[in-house]
Write a protein that binds this ligand. Structure first.
Ligand SMILES: [Zn+2]
Length: 419
């Protein structure tokens, strides 16, 4: 039987089920059935693949084989996440991915927030010179002295200072996104494909006005975005719930959705979307159909839960290893958990150990950011790689793995779908 192929999902509301181990799709399928969000079953960033030493083909065929075995015949997508170079684009296209997430964060000038006066003007000149615009006058003609009416109660205007700051902060990023968009188009030819632009991994939140600038620039430069990921206000830490003012988040999200409707329409993409239970109802309500959510690490954590229950001694070894790696591995992640606040696994019963490291927010983060080390370097004292032990445990009880993943991701889907 031939393998099911991913396709484009367009403006259908959608949900990304990242799977770092290649065994989570059956559980993801059961979770997807609990709501109306179109599923993306293969979703992996370049960073995740290098950390897990998996290839784009492995990621794709793991999802395809599971979907074939389940007889799944509905549309599904495959997200080549956080692409930064032409080489990334080519590799992921060859593996059959259909959804291309451009990550221009290296081109975002975070310093812009701290510039003003002559320094800001000079930085804007430099950004313009690097092909962000034909000239600064062009940018002023496009954006100054007019109101952008986005909704009944939302009209935005650029001051000169705000425009210069947007040009400095995002000018190169939109120019690079247009270049990436061309590479994606070239690599795909006639193959259906769709594009997201993500600026979620920047130092500061994306203001609504900055989002408007990015959205309008992408449109002007002909980048056909199906979704855009701003960096939202509040804290989107890995693997745990949202931290911040819920009412302020919802009000700001409404404005972002108005921008997305005006510039696209395109979907608002919520990255680091795992475990943000407190804001899912608002996200589902406010975004409506213009919604995409990405999750990844949470499915890995729930796979560890299977290990905690079926092989508690092995799980304790993994925990001890992660405690040692956390200080190093947390560097590229947004987390606040502290190893010092967590009890030594040797002093805990199996159920206490599971609760401390897979339910407690700090423990979840310690286990979350260390996945690459666990899967490529971690070994038991007897020399057995942790990855082999984990995969064997999951394969020995696929029903339990499926049930745990379906329950946890299903909760995500139900809350987003208003249930
Ligand atoms: Zn992201």
């Amino acid at each position: 039987m031939s393998l099911p192929q991913p396709t484009v999902l367009g403006l259908k509301p959608s949900f990304g089920f990242g799977d770092r181990l290649g065994l989570a799709t059956p559980g993801h399928l059961d979770a997807a059935r609990q709501g109306h969000l179109a599923p993306i079953f293969a979703q992996q960033s370049i960073r995740e693949m290098s950390r897990t030493e998996r290839t784009p083909d492995e990621v794709m065929t793991a999802a395809q084989a599971a979907l074939r075995d389940e007889g799944f015949a509905e549309p599904w997508g495959a997200d080549a996440d956080h692409l930064k170079t032409r080489e990334d684009v080519v590799r992921m296209t060859e593996a059959g991915f259909t959804f291309f997430t451009i990550d221009p964060s290296a081109q975002v000038e975070n310093q812009a927030d701290r510039l003003s006066g002559p320094a800001l003007a000079e930085a804007a000149q430099t950004a313009v010179g690097e092909h962000a615009f034909a000239s600064l006058d062009e940018a002023c003609d496009l954006y100054l002295d007019q109101a952008f009416d986005l909704a009944d109660d939302l009209s935005l205007e650029f001051t000169e200072e705000a425009l210069l700051r947007a040009v400095v902060k995002y000018g190169r990023a939109v120019a690079y996104s247009a270049q990436m968009g061309q590479w994606i188009a070239e690599a795909n030819g006639d193959r259906p494909h769709e594009i997201e632009v993500s600026v979620d991994e920047t130092d500061s939140p994306t203001s609504v006005l900055e989002h408007l600038f990015v959205g309008l620039e992408l449109r002007r430069r002909g980048v056909p975005v199906v979704s855009l990921a701003p960096r939202f206000i509040g804290e989107f830490e890995k693997g745990i719930d949202y931290k911040g003012d819920l009412a302020a988040f919802e009000a700001e999200l409404k404005r972002h959705v108005a921008v997305a409707r005006h510039c696209g329409p395109y979907k608002i993409s919520v990255h680091s979307g795992s475990d943000k239970f407190a804001i899912y109802p608002a996200i589902g309500r406010v975004c409506g159909d213009l919604l995409h959510v990405k999750t990844a690490g949470t499915s890995y954590l729930e796979a560890l839960r299977v290990l905690a229950r079926k092989a508690p001694a092995r799980f304790r070894e993994v925990v001890a290893f992660c405690r040692g790696r956390y200080g190093t591995d947390r560097a590229t992640y947004h987390v606040s958990g502290r190893v010092e606040d967590l009890r030594d696994p040797a002093s805990l019963s199996p159920s206490e150990c599971e609760a401390e490291y897979l339910d407690d927010p700090g423990g979840r983060q310690v286990m979350h950011v260390t996945f690459g080390s666990v899967l490529t370097q971690g070994r038991s004292p007897d020399g057995r790689p942790f990855k082999d032990a984990l995969l064997d445990t999951l394969r020995a009880d696929p029903a339990l793995h499926r049930e745990i993943i379906a329950a946890h991701l299903g909760k995500h889907v139900r809350l987003l779908c208003g249930g």
